[in-house]
Design a protein around this ligand. Structure first.
Ligand code: FES
Length: 189
């Protein structure tokens, strides 16, 4: 008597769930986001790679920005530019000028008669939160009205208030009866 070929048994598939409960008994949040552990690792690796690429790009952009700022700060590379005639200011007077860009406001102060240091110039952006500073030549300082900061007129270093960094110094050259700005010295200490 011929025997029918027996049907091969169907494989018994058992769906594995993280907590061992049947898929229908899983909490709602797991049914809403059905990503298993292996997929989760894949997503995490992809996100990590994206994160690393972004960090690297930010690092490269930051280095470029620092290089640009350094170039801008080198004396001689942005000037020279005549900013005043020597006889335009008497001792104790100050004048506003823009250097190196048309929006970079600076202060030129005459502190003496003759000699190498008769003129000083600084960026007039306070190193705290960029309020404009004003000179007080008699007191030997530059004052920031925003938070009562002050800077030494001779060095640009902070004397009082919240500022911690000196003012950027404008490098000057006094010759042939004129004062020239030749560069910006950016200082962090
Ligand atoms: S902005 Fe100058 S002290 Fe704050």
């Amino acid at each position: 008597m011929a025997q029918d070929n027996p049907t091969p048994p169907t494989a018994q598939l058992r769906v594995l769930t993280p907590d061992g409960r049947a898929p229908g008994e899983q909490p709602q949040w797991r049914r809403d986001f059905p990503i298993d552990t292996a997929q989760d690792n894949f997503v995490a690796r992809r996100d990590f790679t994206k994160f690393m690429v972004l960090i690297s790009a930010s690092f490269v952009a930051g280095q470029g920005w620092i290089a640009l700022k350094t170039l801008r700060g080198r004396p001689g590379e942005t000037g020279p530019r005549a900013i005043a005639r020597v006889d335009e200011l008497t001792v104790g007077q100050a004048a506003l000028f823009f250097f190196p860009g048309e929006h970079d406001s600076c202060l030129l102060v005459r502190t003496g008669e003759g000699g190498e240091r008769e003129f000083l110039a600084y960026s007039n952006k306070c190193s705290h939160l960029s309020c404009p500073v004003t000179p007080d030549v008699k007191a030997g300082c530059l004052r920031c009205p925003c938070h009562h900061g002050s800077f030494d007129l001779a060095t640009g270093r902070p004397l009082a208030g919240p500022p911690r960094r000196p003012l950027d110094r404008i490098v000057l050259d006094v010759r042939d009866g004129s004062v020239y700005a030749t560069g910006v010295e950016e200082r962090t200490v």
